[in-house]
Design a protein around this ligand. Sequence first.
Ligand SMILES: Cc1cc2nc3c(=O)[nH]c(=O)nc-3n(C[C@H](O)[C@H](O)[C@H](O)COP(=O)(O)OP(=O)(O)OC[C@H]3O[C@@H](n4cnc5c(N)ncnc54)[C@H](O)[C@@H]3O)c2cc1C
Length: 374
Amino acid sequence: METYDLIIAGAGPAGSTLAKALEGSGKRVLLIDKQDFPRDKTCAGWVTPAVMETLNIDLSKYGKGRTLQPIRRFRIGMMGQPAVENDHGRVVSYGIRRCEFDDYLLNLTDTPKQLGTPIKSITRQDGSWQINNTWSAPLLVGAGGHFCPVAKLIGEGPGSHETTVVAKEVEFEMSDEQANNCQAQGDTPELWFCRDLKGYAWVFRKGKYLNVGLGREDNHKLTAHLQDFVETMKTSGRLPADLPSRFKGHAYLLYDHAERPLVDDGLVLIGDAAGLAYSQSGEGIRPAIESALLAADVIRRAPDFSAKYLQTYGDAIAARFGHRDSITEEGFQVPGWIKMPLASTLMRSHWFTRKVVTEKWFLHQDVAPLAANS
Ligand SMILES: Cc1cc2nc3c(=O)[nH]c(=O)nc-3n(C[C@H](O)[C@H](O)[C@H](O)COP(=O)(O)OP(=O)(O)OC[C@H]3O[C@@H](n4cnc5c(N)ncnc54)[C@H](O)[C@@H]3O)c2cc1C
């Protein structure tokens, strides 16, 4: 049995950020992921500048040989009515490919890794967690995404009692002909809200790649909504008629809907495992990274790994993202007050789509990036 101070289950943005942040802390850390990297992750691949700033990513270096699509405009509409386009006059976000981005983050850390290694068994003995009967540590951090095996050890774990967002997307490299005919512009992602405001679709061009998807609160008629959207966009010529039909699905939790406890004795959850994605937009990469940094801060100073002490991390999450108990908004990405006939008018307003939808709900421009050493 190899022993460590902590084991991180999952090497996505949350896990790799935590591993990197704990370098130099004196803690012996092992990072485990079931997949070999580079690996893909179902995701639109949109990241806000706060992510790049917090991680101190050198954009010119990152952009060499990788897709890095600057975003300056958004095209926003409600399905069945014309969209409005807002120019922000500067770069307000980026498009990345997860197979490249996650691999880049993972390579930033020298932490020992066990990749291509599914966590199959977790047992507890003498105050230590034993993983696959091979590695042990007194602290286990769940960074394994929505169905993280560590999340199963806390509270009720993942399951049908949770209200999830279910999303489907396809990302593919366009042929020259598809790229020439594609009306979607790289610096102008398109967001199309479902008429019941329970979800939205996106068309996101990143260099040669096109990412099309739709996410909805719960699984209600997701495929039907997606098919309708794709057919309408094909008919209007905004999407290639020969768009691949291999849409991949994935579920995750929005912060306001998640009820997962974040800590227990010797256990901490970060990123999607903790259910932290922003409720209005579904953006999960920024909360994954920020939760990893908040956890690192608590772990670095830990006198012990008791639930009582680790709750310091739970408190830090509540201070950063809000107290879950006090959040009453329902729905996927829009607060209850907007779910009214007024919505279709507001979605035609340049002021509303720019100031509220984009700058507040999607870009969170009012929330400063988390300092990496906080
Ligand atoms: C369709 C869709 C579109 C999205 N678009 C965006 C977007 O544009 N921008 C954005 O910010 N967010 C987006 N999100 C959310 C975002 O993808 C997640 O919030 C983010 O990936 C969370 O990162 P993470 O590190 O917590 O988990 P993940 O990225 O899911 O990483 C978890 C890792 O754990 C590993 N793992 C899982 N189980 C095990 C196991 N048993 N043993 C070992 N390893 C395991 C997995 O292989 C994986 O590498 C989208 C989500 C979906 C579904």
